[in-house]
Design a protein around this ligand. Structure first.
Ligand SMILES: Cc1cc2nc3c(=O)[nH]c(=O)nc-3n(C[C@H](O)[C@H](O)[C@H](O)COP(=O)(O)OP(=O)(O)OC[C@H]3O[C@@H](n4cnc5c(N)ncnc54)[C@H](O)[C@@H]3O)c2cc1C
Length: 374
């Protein structure tokens, strides 16, 4: 008999939804609460690499997910004028019939995951958070922000970078840190050449084009913003164009089409890593709540999804909850730490304009590490 039969998941983002799906597939009762009363996500896309495609197969959502995504094979790295520096072939980890990588809009991903979680019987409540957690050793007594309460065998904090569950467990020991860089994103109709992930490196920052659907792609750009300035929403398009001045070729052409301030998605990069076990008693953190990193390696959501699957596997193996959560940590800690640190390192090297840094080698190493079984 499993020690854990009833779980509360706090946070209905990628990690929380994947945990809900994975736990329901193992027959565990799941309540999920989400702070937002309208369960929406912002409308740009996300890169999901071969390890994520493999995990989506394990979650049993691969067909719906691929229908909503743009499948591609290779990752290419170009200079600022578009000259190819490297082309890294995709690895078909989900099996030969499935693609190596995908790009998917966050909205489409949310739809696939939320519909699956609900179909599998996860009970979702919106506009709700946790007020307090009282771990009695036998269960966690949860007081919700609407004044109601319930008891659970395990509480999973999947509430992202500014996790409330993390602050309930660790106080202010772990608070997000601004790395010095920001990310700019903008959607375009897909250019026919962008049938792969295209990274462009310049001395000022890195840009990339990610296919999301037959008719959609997005452009991303990283920039050095040491003072983390407030950006006037009325100037976002102009500011994004300015930061793309070092690029010619396709990126240079697209730059001139960035004119709609409301379509620019600007985000300072903030990171946090819980450098000790991500649980205390019967409360556990997963995803960005435990290990939010920069987007340089395109693996943040990938790590959250892997956390969800490993958790469902360990909770249905033998032993008490302490052993189960310790085994979860044994499988997750070093892998997530490697991704977190490598991703931050890639950003630091961009800010230092370090031309000696072997970015292509780092990407290849990351792909080899993430191809290893979880
Ligand atoms: C610019 C950028 C680009 C990125 N690109 C990629 C990429 O290409 N590929 C990739 O794999 N990763 C990428 N990432 C990382 C990825 O977005 C995150 O790692 C991923 O979203 C983490 O999922 P999560 O569920 O842990 O957290 P989140 O997605 O942040 O979800 C947390 C959820 O919890 C809810 N919540 C928050 N507080 C509470 C509370 N107190 N109570 C209840 N609910 C709460 C939130 O509303 C949200 O729905 C990128 C990140 C950034 C910033």
């Amino acid at each position: 008999m499993s020690a854990v039969n009833k779980v509360l998941i706090v946070g209905g983002g990628i990690g929380g939804l994947c945990a809900a799906i994975a736990l329901r597939r193992k027959g565990i009762e799941v309540d999920l609460i989400e702070l937002k009363s309208e369960w929406t996500v912002y409308g740009v896309g996300i890169i999901q690499q071969s390890n994520v495609v493999r995990e989506m197969a394990k979650l049993g959502v691969l067909d719906g997910y691929l229908d909503a995504a743009y499948a591609f094979e290779d990752v290419a790295i170009y200079g600022p004028a578009g000259q190819q520096l490297a082309r890294i072939p995709g690895q078909r980890l989900a099996g030969p019939a499935y693609p190596a990588n995908v790009g998917i809009s966050r909205l489409a991903l949310h739809k696939v995951l939320s519909e699956t979680a609900l179909e599998l019987g996860a009970k979702v409540r919106l506009g709700l958070s946790v007020e307090s957690l009282n771990d009695t050793g036998e269960s966690v007594e949860v007081l919700f922000t609407d004044g109601t309460g319930a008891g659970y065998d395990l509480v999973v904090g999947a509430d992202g970078l500014f996790s409330k569950v993390r602050s309930l467990l660790f106080g202010d020991t772990y608070t997000p840190r601004f790395t010095g860089q920001s990310v700019w994103r903008y959607n375009f109709p897909r250019d026919p050449h962008i049938d792969h992930l295209a990274n462009y490196q310049s001395a000022e920052g890195n840009a990339g084009l990610v296919p999301l659907a037959g008719d959609l792609m997005y452009l991303f750009l990283t920039s050095h913003e040491p003072s983390n300035p407030w950006m006037d929403p009325k100037t976002l398009a102009e500011q994004m164009r300015q930061r793309l001045q070092g690029f010619t070729g396709l990126i240079g052409e697209l730059r001139e089409q960035i004119t709609d301030n409301s379509q620019v998605v600007y985000k300072p990069m903030e990171v946090v890593f819980v450098n000790e076990p991500w649980y205390r008693g019967r409360v556990l953190l997963i995803g960005d709540a435990a290990h939010a990193t920069t987007p340089h390696l395109g693996q943040g959501a990938g790590m959250a999804i892997e956390d969800a699957i490993v958790l469902s596997e360990e909770l249905t193996r033998d032993g008490g909850i302490e052993q189960q959560l310790q085994r979860f940590m044994d499988r997750r800690f070093e892998r997530c730490k490697y991704i977190s640190e490598s991703s931050v390192l890639a950003g630091d090297k961009e800010m230092q304009h370090d031309r000696e840094f072997d970015r292509i080698g780092l990407v290849k190493q990351m792909l080899a590490r993430t191809a290893e079984p979880i």
